[in-house]
Design a protein around this ligand. Sequence first.
Ligand SMILES: [Zn+2]
Length: 286
Amino acid sequence: MPELPEVETVRRTLNELVAGKRIQSVTVHLPRIIQRPEEPELFAAALEGRTIQTVERRGKFLRVLMDGLVMVSHLRMEGRYGVYKQEEPVEKHTHVIFHFDDGTELRYKDVRQFGTMHLFEPGDELLKPPLNKLGIEPLSDEFTAAVLRKLLAKKTTRLKPLLLNQEYVVGLGNIYVDEALFLAGIHPERTADSLKTKEWELLYEAIRITLGKAVEAGGSSIKSYVNGQGEMGMFQHQFSVYGRQNQPCNRCGGSIEKSVVGGRGTHVCMACQPLPRVRRNKAIAR
Ligand SMILES: [Zn+2]
């Protein structure tokens, strides 16, 4: 599933490709992609004649701002956008086509069919699902080490599921949580309340650095991710732990281990990310 760096890359390329274009009509081949309004006919009718102003991002969602309307789009597992000339053959698994009045088309392709599209009146999209419960943007000025600590420091649950939960910090998925925790030298199974102030600072820095570098590299192309112009991201060549099980750690030479934490494949270097021993005496004392 694309995470913040991949969605941000799609946003940038898409913005260059479609901003200023006017939608003449919309064809929906797979109604289930359209979540709001429920009827694909109403979705298509509402978009007719709208001009795309800009493409923004909230967490892992794209926000396509138009005159008087906002489309919220989630790519889920394998959704892809691409801009084509009208006469170019339509590829298999193309489910929604936005026909522009300049002879080009924005096509949404999705082999797995899990992607979603919602329409809202401007501003409404932030107050209703799927965007209303999203947490803080990790690359925003508002996100600081103190904010991260305040959000999570009292939680008694393990860090990895907390960082994956989009209600606290948005945009992090399995790849970037593993990479950030490695960079911070913190084991994903540590409980949030076990972190010291210094460790919150390290984790904060690691999240910013990891996401920043990945955005710079155009995201990570694993499985089928490509940006809006069909180009691959390059950050997968900089992974320290993700997908590197049984390979040597770049920092200490030890072996990267893979385990399952909260149902997700998790990659750690046990030497660089030590797991403190459970304090048994605490349990005995009770
Ligand atoms: Zn190591």
